[in-house]
Structure formats: C-alpha cells, structure tokens
Design a protein around this ligand. Structure first.
Ligand SMILES: [Zn+2]
Length: 218
C-alpha cells in the first residue's frame, strides 16, 4: 500500500529532558487528554528553554506544564504520569470537570518577542503528535485550554483562527501513523483486541481470515 507522507512540519523534533523534574505536580495522573496553551509571555527570551528552566528551578508558584515548545525546540518538564497545574479556574468551559489536572498533559506553546509564529505552530503540531503516539491519545482528545475553562487560551492560535488547522494537521499525522501500522504490524498482533478466551480455535481462525480480507481497506 502506498503511504502518504506528511509534508508540513515534518522536521524531527526531540523532547529535551534536561529540565525534567516533579516540581508542581500531582502523583497518579492517567493521561487521557492533551491540552494546548499559549504562555502569553511575550517578553524577550521567554522561550521554551527559559520556561522549562524556571519550572525546574522552582520559580513557578502555582503553575506548571509537561512540555514547553517554541519555534526552535521542545522541553519535557514533567513525567506524563504526573498531573500538572495547568487547567486552573473555570469560567464556564464545556469540558470543565471532564478534563482536569490529573488526566491531561499540558503543552505550552511559547510566544516570546520576535518569535516565528508558524515555526512554533508546526513544532507544536509535531510534538503533540509524538505525545499522542506515545500515550495513545487520539486527536479528538486534543483540546484547547479554552474548551476546559473558557479562558482565552491558546490565545495566539485562537486569535489567528488556527485551531482547526492544528486539529487537521494532528489528525493527518495520526492517520499516517495508523496507515503505517496496518502495513507493518503482523495481523496476528492486531487481532486480539477481543480476548482470546472467548473464542474457540476455529472462531479465531475465521476471525483472522475475515480480518485479513479487509487489510488496507479500513
Ligand atoms: Zn492555558
């Protein structure tokens, strides 16, 4: 099967873990959602590294995030199985109560002075897609901070009317990943989402055969 390669923003981004710590976090998070933010820190030098360093050094009073990404690089500052302090107070968000600081990964997209909006945007798409893959979080559970709290965040992405583009780009990457999986993961490894014990051997075989017929068509 021919695989469509994703062209935009496909620069290889690595999560830098130099400033990984447990600062300002909760124990026992189950990461089900990814929440996208803008830092709203427009100062000179307020890039991903500066934010990551500040969190690492204990300089944030009542806030934290898992990842800071800018127009150059990305830093992971908390383990994904720890809850960050990124959701905050509710102003009437549709997902408040559903998404919280113990079931979501917070990604802060930095907006330092003179930054390149498009590069930061595409880097955020890339890093978000990587985390989706690691944590098996589908695009439908990637949301704006606005959706949780009705806070105007990610403010710059929202101001540029770019949220739908963000969603369609991560969806494209998600599709590419699942297409790749279809061709590389052996059939036998993909079948047993239904526990084996419920089927006799013959039923398993017929299931594998019928699944085999649909490979590449789903
Ligand atoms: Zn936010």
């Amino acid at each position: 099967m021919k695989i469509l390669r994703f062209k935009e923003g496909n620069n290889i981004m690595r999560l830098n873990t130099t400033y990984l710590s447990n600062n300002n976090s909760y124990d026992g998070q189950i990461p089900l959602y990814i929440v996208i933010h803008n830092t709203d820190n427009f100062s000179e030098g307020a890039d991903a590294k500066a934010h990551a360093k500040a969190q690492y050094n204990g300089n944030f009073d009542n806030m934290s995030a898992h990842v800071y990404v800018d127009d150059k690089e990305a830093y992971q500052t908390l383990p994904f199985n720890r809850g960050a302090w990124h959701v905050g107070a509710d102003y009437g968000g549709r997902l408040f109560g559903t998404v919280n600081n113990r079931n979501s990964v917070g990604i802060e997209v930095c907006v330092q002075k003179d930054y390149n909006y498009e590069k930061a945007f595409l880097n955020a798409v890339e890093i978000c897609s990587q985390i989706m893959k690691i944590l098996k979080i589908p695009a439908e559970r990637v949301i704006q901070h606005y959706d949780v709290c009705a806070k105007n965040c990610p403010s710059v992405i929202r101001q540029n009317g770019d949220w739908n583009r963000f969603k369609s780009l991560i969806l494209k990457k998600e599709t590419v990943v699942s297409e790749e999986k279809k061709t590389t993961v052996p059939l036998t490894e993909r079948i047993p989402e239904i526990p084996f014990r419920y089927f006799r051997k013959t039923q398993i075989r017929s299931r594998m055969e019928s699944a085999g017929k649909t490979v590449g068509k789903q």
